[in-house]
Design a protein around this ligand. Structure first.
Ligand code: NAD
Ligand code: UGA
Length: 468
């Protein structure tokens, strides 16, 4: 029969482990949840007295406030949390490999492996081990081999796959009412019992019909498939945006018309300067690598094109800026509004803003950046990484960070919208115009501004997916 889960440990206190397990603690007051990480600074931030948490996510502070110190704990004592728990989430990072076999495509699984080895080394009784991280298909098998080869006598490990589908910026909402919770297990009695134990945790707030139980490999693959298909929709609409610009069709109208077909659906068809975030590109490349390892080159090429189109969209947008500013931006002053990869997050991983700014710096333009949530240190770190040939002192001569959108636009010749922050819609564009060098240009890479209104003020406006 399924064990009753009383203590949960989550290894990895990041964007997924933190919010996910904080919500479990909130919804299951009878369960003690301990979230552990090796990164002391991160754990200190989770524990900070004034709730200055390491990640910005709407609603998260309230969730943590409700449970921290009651049945929710953050700690660097990984071993103790493992020993006490019946169920352990592994929610560590799985970035794309930078070197070695599969470099640039395959997932770097060494964080998953070291967390797994730690579980095997310190566990004194049986555990349910749950893959929360996004991993290649059949990773659970490697975890099982490691656990079984290293465990103490009498310990048994059941491994589940329970991928996370939350999106940043709406994480709390997504966790409170998920479209579905997916749990993969071996189809043995023990596997099904372990699955039942985890399902009964979610059953505290998720309706039964939304808890899907499937085989382990299907669960692992479904996560990669879901992200690949979401990203594919964006690349499809972005490919069409290029046709719109060349023909005078309007991508908003096309998305609306296409999305009205209930078989297609209206969500996730917003053209943009390109998708960012830590996962879409990584997970598709992972799928490409998997397809290639399985000798399915046509399948690999199909998915690879989703990422290539995204690269094309980003560079196409940079080129539009240069072309429109009379074919040169050398020495010109350009404002980039938004640095996060999407609104309502401070996360900058794979943000399209980074690629745009890299292109502008290569043209030797001066760039001023404003983002309401990303801190300066993060911006410098990202720009240094994206421009390995430019020393940071030189980057700092070309780039300025501004304290507000209005300030950022003063005396500049062009404004580029890179993130769809709501406040960019609400700024007084007349004031922005009055303070800019003329002719004043706006490039809307997120389809958030009223182009007609801006034109009436006097701006020259270019919008993704619209002929001029
Ligand atoms: P993250 O980098 O924010 O957090 C991972 C944390 O794990 C880090 O704080 C790191 O210090 C810690 N860690 C690494 N190895 C450890 C170890 N051996 N012991 C203890 N702690 C360790 O990453 P994230 O964004 O939370 O992503 C985690 C996983 O979830 C990834 O596989 C990702 O693909 C997946 N995912 C992410 C999102 C998202 O929106 N960010 C959504 C769904 C799934
Ligand atoms: C995405 C998925 O939506 C989640 O389901 C998944 O759990 C997560 O990846 C993950 O595995 O990490 P996330 O990357 O946080 O979530 O945010 P999204 O809302 O999906 O946005 C991703 C990127 O696509 C952003 O840059 C966003 O601006 C862009 N986007 C999104 C568009 O350009 N157009 C759209 O219509 C939608």
């Amino acid at each position: 029969a399924p064990v009753k889960v009383k203590k949960i440990c989550c290894i990895g206190a990041g964007y997924v482990g933190g919010p996910t397990c904080a919500v479990i603690a909130l919804k299951c007051p009878q369960i003690q949840v301990t979230i552990v990480d090796l990164n002391q600074a991160r754990i200190d931030a989770w524990n900070s007295p004034d709730f200055d948490l390491p990640i910005y996510e709407p609603g998260l502070v309230d969730v943590v406030k409700a449970s921290r110190g009651r049945n929710l704990f953050f700690s660097t004592d990984v071993d103790k949390a493992i020993q006490e728990a019946e169920l352990i989430f592994v929610s560590v990072n799985t970035p794309t490999k930078k070197t070695g076999v599969g470099a640039g495509f395959g997932a770097d699984l060494h964080y998953v492996e070291s967390a797994t080895r730690r579980i095997a080394a310190v566990a004194q009784n049986s555990k349910i081990v749950v893959e929360k991280s996004t991993v290649p298909c059949r990773t659970a098998e490697s975890m099982r081999t490691i656990l079984e080869a290293n465990c103490k006598p009498g310990c048994r490990f059941d491994i589940l796959s329970n991928p996370e589908f939350l999106a940043e910026g709406t994480a709390i909402q997504d966790l409170f009412s998920p479209d579905r919770v997916l749990i993969g297990s071996l189809q043995t009695q023990e596997g099904k019992d372990a699955c039942g134990a985890l399902a009964s945790v979610y059953a505290n707030w998720v309706p039964n019909g939304r808890i899907l139980t499937v085989g382990l490999w299907s669960s692992e693959l479904s996560k990669l498939a879901a992200n690949a298909m979401l990203a594919q929709r964006i690349s499809s609409i972005n490919a069409l945006s290029a046709i719109c610009e060349a023909t005078g069709a309007n991508i908003d109208e096309v998305s609306h018309a296409v999305g009205y077909d209930s078989r297609v659906g209206s969500k996730f068809l917003r053209a943009s300067v390109g998708f960012g975030g830590s996962c879409f590109q990584k997970d598709i490349l992972n799928l490409v690598y998997l397809s290639e390892s399985l000798h399915l080159p046509e399948v690999a090429a199909y998915w690879r094109q989703v990422v290539e189109l995204n690269e094309y969209q980003k560079s196409r947008f940079s080129k539009t800026v240069v072309d429109t500013l009379f074919n040169t931006i050398t020495g010109k002053h350009i404002t980039v509004l938004g640095f996060a990869f999407k609104a309502d997050t401070g996360d900058t991983r794979e943000s399209p803003a980074i690629s745009l700014i890299r292109d502008f710096l290569a043209e030797r333009a001066y760039v001023t950046i404003y983002d309401p949530k990303v801190d300066a240190e993060q911006i410098w770190q990202d720009l240094a990484e994206a421009n390995p040939n430019l020393p940071l002192e030189l980057i700092k001569k070309q780039v300025t960070l501004a304290p507000s959108a209005l300030e950022a636009c003063k005396n500049k010749e062009a404004v580029v919208i890179a993130t769809e922050w709501k406040e960019f819609k609400e700024i007084d564009w007349q004031v922005v115009y009055d303070n800019m060098t003329k002719p004043a240009f706006v490039f809307d890479g997120r389809l958030i501004l009223d182009a007609e209104k801006l034109r009436k003020i006097g701006f020259r406006v270019k919008v993704i997916g619209r002929g001029s």
